[in-house]
Write a protein that binds this ligand. Structure first.
Ligand SMILES: Nc1ncnc2c1ncn2[C@@H]1O[C@H](COP(=O)(O)OP(=O)(O)OP(=O)(O)O)[C@@H](O)[C@H]1O
Ligand SMILES: [Mg+2]
Length: 259
């Protein structure tokens, strides 16, 4: 069985909007999967359902054999310990140093009372420092998060997620706030550490060329449905039209002079 197996996932928001219709997909252990699709296609909804931030309306999400849709609160808490999440806007605690932000990735494992007052034992500190070092930020360990550049902030959040020792990593547009050169570097860091640790990774991304460069597989979503699932090399113009058709049609109409 694949590490992640999603079957017939449907998500209807309380206002009646059906964001995911019937999504089925799998991801193998260690696989890096890029998810592409136009704005509003359902990419973030999908990741939020996978990490249990949002409960799907129906369907199943088996992670390591356990269904996150059916999990009770206690089970969900245990499962989420091993789910790393990387946000577009980093979600760091601004006034805390980089290293402390990374250490929060260890909260699920640390002694709760001690960690509340900032005491983490040596093992946790070693893991955090090693992960900062892996993304090239050893020197910045004591710098406050709000004094780091955008690229550095996202690297801290990668180090934090890796410190969770996750079985799965979910990244929702991790490089959308960075300039193109930096975006490529951060994607390189993210995919390298994920590969080194064999962590299955799902990345929502708008730049098709980055999906091509760093993913093993690409899933295209349009209007809450999977319209492509295959290797990056299969992303032909025809496939991209299918994924982005609702974006492309008006442009096409302008080009052929029918709008
Ligand atoms: N809390 C909510 N209540 C109602 N509708 C929502 C809610 N959150 C998202 N939606 C709708 O669900 C659809 C999918 O949203 P989602 O955020 O998953 O899209 P996305 O693919 O991540 O888009 P983007 O590329 O802009 O981030 C959109 O039409 C959105 O307006
Ligand atoms: Mg989104």
């Amino acid at each position: 069985m694949a590490l992640l197996e999603i079957r017939d996932l449907r998500m209807v928001y309380p206002n009646g909007h059906e964001a995911l219709r019937s999504v089925s997909m799998q991801a193998e252990r260690g696989e890096i999967v890029a998810i592409i699709g136009r704005s509003g296609a359902g990419k973030s909804t999908l990741l939020r359902c996978v990490c249990g931030l949002q409960r799907a309306t129906s369907g199943a999400i088996h992670l390591g054999g356990e269904d996150i849709v059916a999990a009770d609160r206690h089970k969900l808490r245990t499962m989420r310990r091993r789910i790393g999440f990387i946000w577009q806007e980093y979600n760091l605690v601004d006034r805390l140093p980089a290293i402390t932000n990374v250490l929060t990735g260890r909260l699920g494992y640390a002694n709760a009372a001690a960690s509340l007052i900032g005491i983490f034992d040596r093992t946790h500190r070693e893991i955090a420092v090693r992960n900062l070092d892996r993304v090239g930020l050893y020197e910045k360990a004591n710098q406050r998060a709000d004094r780091l550049s955008g690229g550095e902030k996202q690297r801290v959040s990668i180090a934090r997620a890796m410190s969770q020792e996750p079985t799965i990593l979910l990244a929702d547009e991790p490089v959308a706030s960075l300039d193109p050169e930096l975006a490529e570097q951060v994607m390189a860091d993210l995919s390298r550490v994920a590969r080194e640790d064999g962590v299955t990774t799902l990345i929502n991304i708008h730049q098709v060329e980055l999906a091509r460069a760093f993913a093993d597989r690409v899933i295209g979503i349009a209007q809450g449905e999977v319209v492509y699932d295959g290797p990056p090399i299969g992303l032909s113009e025809a496939v991209l039209d299918r994924v982005y058709r609702f974006d492309r049609m008006p442009r096409l109409a302008v080009e052929v002079g029918i709008s």
